[in-house]
Structures are given as C-alpha cells and as structure tokens.
Design a binder for this molecule. Sequence first.
Ligand code: XUL
Length: 571
Amino acid sequence: MAEHAPRRCCLGWDFSTQQVKVVAVDAELNVFYEESVHFDRDLPEFGTQGGVHVHKDGLTVTSPVLMWVQALDIILEKMKASGFDFSQVLALSGAGQQHGSIYWKAGAQQALTSLSPDLRLHQQLQDCFSISDCPVWMDSSTTAQCRQLEAAVGGAQALSCLTGSRAYERFTGNQIAKIYQQNPEAYSHTERISLVSSFAASLFLGSYSPIDYSDGSGMNLLQIQDKVWSQACLGACAPHLEEKLSPPVPSCSVVGAISSYYVQRYGFPPGCKVVAFTGDNPASLAGMRLEEGDIAVSLGTSDTLFLWLQEPMPALEGHIFCNPVDSQHYMALLCFKNGSLMREKIRNESVSRSWSDFSKALQSTEMGNGGNLGFYFDVMEITPEIIGRHRFNTENHKNLFPWRVLSYTHQEPMDLEIMNFLLVERAAEPRRQVAAFPGDVEVRALIEGQFMAKRIHAEGLGYRVMSKTKILATGGASHNREILQVLADVFDAPVYVIDTANSACVGSAYRAFHGLAGGTDVPFSEVVKLAPNPRLAATPSPGASQVYEALLPQYAKLEQRILSQTRGPPE
Ligand code: XUL
C-alpha cells in the first residue's frame, strides 16, 4: 500500500519542558509521522510536575537529566514498535527548551563514543553527569549572578549590546556562575557544558555537539555580532569556561553523522546527518517560515512576538538572538505577560462575558477609538515594567468632531490631506487620565493598546514594517477575526493565521533539510518553498496607516509618562 512505500524523510525533534516529541517530514514537506513521550505521565518515577521540580525556595527549578535520556530511549522504542522505517531518514535536527544546561562529567565523552547497541542509552549514561538536576529556563534563582555579570561588563545596556540581552536569571551564563559558586567541585569535574539543544544533538552524535549561534545567544555569553564567546562574560561567570563550551557553530551546520549505536539498534542509515540542534523559539521561527520583515504574534496566556531583524538594536527589554536560518541576520523575542487573561477579564467586565459581544464592540468602534487609549496590566508587565490600568482620553474634547472623520472608511471618502492634518492636530493634543470608559470603548482601547505596544517595542529593537511584511498570528485569540483586523490595522500589514502546535518540531525537520541542502550556501526559503502556506485572515483597512502613525507616538509618550510616574524621574 502507498502509505507503506519507503518515504525519504528528515526527523525534527523537540526536547521541551514537558515532553520529547518527534515528527517525520517527507521530501514534499508533508508531516507524516508524530510521536511523543510525556515526562509526568510516561516517566512518573522522576516525580516531575510539568517536567520540572520546583525547589523549596520557589526560585530554583530543575529537571533530571536522566529523565531526558530515558525519554529518548522510550520514544525510539515506540517508533520501532510502530514499524517506523528508520532506514529512510536522511538527516535529523532538533530543538530544546532554551537556557537549560547539562554538565557532562569527565569521562563522559568516552562513554558516548562507545555506546553498545545492546543496551538502552540511560543504562550507559547514568554516571556521565556531574549535576543530576539541571537548571532550566523556569529557574529564577540567580539574581546575584546577574548583577555580578552586568557589573563586570559595564552595566545592563553594555551586556545587552554585547550578547543581545541584559542579564536574565534563566540565561545560562548566570546559571553556570551559580553552579561554580555553590558547587565548585561538581563544576571542576565537568568536562563539557551543553544546552538542552546541544545535549540532545550529542546523544544522536555519540559525541559532543557544539552549541549553535542561535541558542547560544540565550546564554549572556555570546557576542552576537562576532559570533564568538565573550571573554569578559566567560571570565565573570566561571574559570575555564571556554574549554567546557568549545566554539559555537552556525545553526545550519551539519555537526556529524549519526552514531553507529542508532544504525545498529534502530536501522538508521550510517550516512544520516545530524544538523545542529537549536532553541525551541528559533526552531519555531523556522517552522513558521518567517522571512525578513515578518513578525509572528502568538496570542496566548502571555503574548509573544518573534521578529526577523536585519539591524538589531539591543535594549534593556526583549532578547536578540542570532537568526537560526540565516547567520547574517537576527531574530528578536519579546514577551508580554498580560495577554489572554487580560482580554478575558475585560470581556467579562465590559461585554457580558461573551466573545461575540467582544467582537461586536470592536466592530462598533472606529480605528483610533476616538482618541481613547488604555494600558491594562493587572499583573506586572514585562514589556514595559508597568502595573495597573491607565486610561486616557483627549482633554476637553470628549466626543468632539475630529475623530468622527475616521468613519470615512465606512462612509464617504475624505481628502487624505485634510484627514492627515486633522489626525496630526488631534494626536498632538494632551491627554487626560480618566477612570473608566464605556464597555465597547474599553474593549477597543485594550486591543489597540496591546497591539500598539507590540509595534512600539518591536521597533525599539530595530524592527521595521516593510511592504512585504507578513504578520503570522497563532494562539487562542488568533481565532477572533475582529482582533486580527485590529492587528492588521495597527501594523498596516496583512495577517495570516498559522497553526504552531508543532512548529518547533516541524521547524527542526525543515532545518534538517536545510543543513542537508548545504546550509549557509542555500536560502532557507528555497528549501521550504513546498511547505503549506498560512491562511490570510485580515488585510489593513483603508486609512489605517494614517490613524496609527499619528497615534503610535502618543501611545509611546503616555507609556513613558506612566513609567516615570511609577518609577520616579530617571537618575
Ligand atoms: C525563552 C524561554 C522559553 C523557553 C521555553 O527565552 O525561556 O520560551 O525556551 O521552552
């Protein structure tokens, strides 16, 4: 039968916080196989919740390294039992939760290179780690090390210019510094430190895999412009660190052929290539096939933005990573904590708990919301660090004329020059803080505010909307057409909807094809051109760019005003 015919493929792996997952993608870029192992459910002996152990201090969060190794044994056995034809795998790559670190004990390389095909991996690697519980991205116990690192390189902005981010507790350099300070013996017995991504690649290689530029950018250690470890950062974190990391490589590098262990035990072809593994966020960027100028907006519990950047401007917020599919370029990651929960709250408070009434409120109000702007941060926001709800209307001009012209998009067209003039006049007016808005105004103020903040902070990192810009929307709120219309209007770019449930895995398989095709010499977009296209969901309304070009600077100014009121004047 056709489905049993041999199908040449690449595998994409994802070692995420809660599970290990794999997909097989054929040469036409169809996903035809999926398997997963869930840590809490399938490996209960490790006693994790959500794949991690949260320690008593509430700040330290770790995962057992042998749980990850055993999960790989189980998933490979499941694939074998299901009849998966390993002999057709041309190449594989993978993703790992970012920032987590693995400490290989002296002698581990020897164990990796001499794996016996008769035994499972976890039986052979159990004595290979100097730290059995690895710090992961949810850990926030390294504030002291963060301050030390920033001080050593001349401050937070200097560190960001060098490595793409100010010091963050979860970033690996700070985690390594803590291990060195608190457990110097284990540190000195460590011959190699891997990220979760390069650790997983090492398991497949049967030898240490280098760290790739993109995931390496999440360590506060890599100079993202020069793509070399920063001596100043290494020195501030721990001694002899450079030799424990070894040089980083471009993300599309073939790091070697699969270990004979997998050839003999599972039937992989001996020439099957291992393409450098990377972080889950970079792998998702590949899975979504983001291109220059594009932006991906994930509208979930918190909202996340991925951007493709050419000329990054590292800042005190957000993260800039080397780009996983084009090593000349960059990507940025921005997190907004007040996402879906805030949208749900305003829905419950303002439009009787119904999403259809929420949509109606957006339909019945106009672009620019009559000058009413709002900031809604019930929990301390990350980008920017503001808490509370702050609403502004246009002083003394409540319900007065100029905003009414915006209804021209639905009625008679108005001369653009006149409209521009009115908008600029209107936008320049001072705004007054008010305590409440009517329900439908509240809904539009929330959604416009959320998207204006995204555009302003993306531009703060060097992002520019281009004529070919696509916005890729994913997550719960991407099912709401009216929300997507506001997104298209605020960014003045078309919005496409994309399912990203598997984007890190699928992106890893695409990256495997990219590495196989020659990596840096071949544009990634060429390799993935057969992949399914996202669905167009909204295009900008006429006049949107004039409205938001006038409003965006106002919103930014008000944000600064709230920040300075809550923080006090700058030193
Ligand atoms: C990114 C981050 C998380 C993890 C999740 O900086 O910490 O998104 O990568 O796996």
